[in-house]
Design a binder for this molecule. Structure first.
Ligand SMILES: Cc1ncc(COP(=O)(O)O)c(C=O)c1O
Length: 373
């Protein structure tokens, strides 16, 4: 096979495919004269809520803000413990700290790499107020089991859905078994704008009202303020996202098709492949394989022209200087999260990836596997 360059992202390819729609909607906003909390944001928030089948959606400046704004709306503060897992993007824990609470790290499930609900339950103390499950790599966490733990111990649940939009589990939708769902629209996400953005999606009117106020300087009425912040989704981003939302289901289907191609092509190798439990719709934000010689694999793929990346090679509790005076257990017992961090490699995965690019990537992985058995 001739050498190919396979990129990790396809942002510009995607733009080219829907350029006329995006350009027209962006122009609409520019010509409207309303750019902050204007009609386009309102429209997109309604579309996003309808997409989730929830009653509310509130656009925020980014996905991290969406999480801490939702946590603040839950009324958390110093002394409160929030359970999550450390093999996720840093922002999950960061948001807990920004909201002023203690992050409690528990281990992940060895197959799904999502939070292990039994470990979450074992970590509940009298100070625990909530759980933040992450739909890591695009696979929904076991929300039924998490909701059962939360119900038993009277905890709230806020879903970190930065990676999982358009996914669902067996018999549950996102937002159905939690208090709020937090999403990121940073460009590389499955629904991404050309910059930063985020949203909180919820069925709770009180969360909607609090987040709406907090994101806008504690204000719902001009010149009248209470404690708050500035974290709004710009109307220009809403215009782009509104167009892209029309395509998301088709794009997810294509990601799933590519994932199936990878899985078939890598069958019988020494790689640990992504696991999709029955009844789930994994949206494959990332297609992550695991291998004990991870660093060598990454180097091999990059040298072969395949832009592989790592998500996430340093678990949060292993970051230098952790926990920086923030509130968290200095050395949590999370061997599976550490294994995930040590072995993960993400292969190129975006809807515009071609079959031949995927096949070339498979071929290079197989070459590595044969040489390293
Ligand atoms: C799991 C997870 N949580 C939170 C975030 C934070 O989102 P943002 O970058 O929009 O702040 C991201 C992505 O960046 C993420 O992958």
């Amino acid at each position: 096979m001739a050498v190919m360059q396979v990129s990790f992202y396809g942002h510009v390819r995607q733009y080219r495919n829907i350029q006329a729609e995006i350009d027209a909607n962006v122009k609409r906003v520019i010509e409207s004269g309303e750019y902050v909390q204007g009609p386009m944001l309102k429209q997109f928030e309604q579309e996003l809520a309808a997409f989730h089948g929830t009653t509310h959606a509130i656009g925020t400046g980014n996905g991290t803000d969406a999480i801490w704004l939702a946590l603040m709306a839950m009324g958390i503060g110093p002394g409160d413990e929030v359970i999550t897992h450390p093999n996720t993007f840093f922002a999950t824990a960061e948001a807990i700290w920004i909201a002023g609470a203690t992050a409690v790290f528990v281990d992940c499930d060895p197959r799904t790499r999502n939070i292990d609900p039994a470990k979450a339950e074992a970590a509940v103390t009298s100070r625990t107020v909530g759980i933040v499950p992450v739909h890591l790599y695009g696979l929904c966490a076991d929300m039924k089991a998490i909701a059962a733990v939360a119900g038993k111990h009277k905890l709230w649940v806020v879903e970190d859905n930065a990676q999982g939009i358009d996914g669902h589990g067996p018999g549950f939708k996102q937002g159905e078994l939690s208090d709020a769902v937090c999403t990121s629209f940073i460009i590389q996400k499955n629904l991404g704008t050309f910059g930063d953005g985020g949203a909180v999606v919820t069925n709770r009117a009180d969360i909607d009202a609090t987040v709406r106020k907090l994101r806008n300087h504690g204000s719902t009425q001009r010149s009248v303020h209470s404690f708050g912040f500035n974290s709004r989704l710009d109307d220009l981003h809403a215009a782009i996202l509104s167009v892209k939302l029309r395509h998301i289901t088709k794009w997810t289907d294509r990601r799933r098709e590519l994932a199936a191609r990878y899985t078939k092509g890598l069958a019988g190798t020494s790689f640990v492949l992504p696991y999709e439990p029955p009844g789930y719709r994994h949206v494959f934000h990332l297609y992550v394989i695991e291998h004990p010689k991870r660093d060598a694999l990454e180097k091999f793929l990059i040298e072969a022209g395949v832009d592989a990346k790592l998500h996430y090679p340093i678990a949060i509790h292993k970051q230098s200087g952790y926990p920086w005076g923030k509130l968290a257990d200095a050395s949590p017992n999370v061997p599976e999260c550490e294994l995930n961090a040590a072995r993960c490699v993400s292969l190129p995965m975006f809807p515009e990836l071609t079959d031949s690019e995927a096949d070339y990537t498979i071929e290079q992985c197989r070459r590595f596997d044969e040489a390293n058995r």
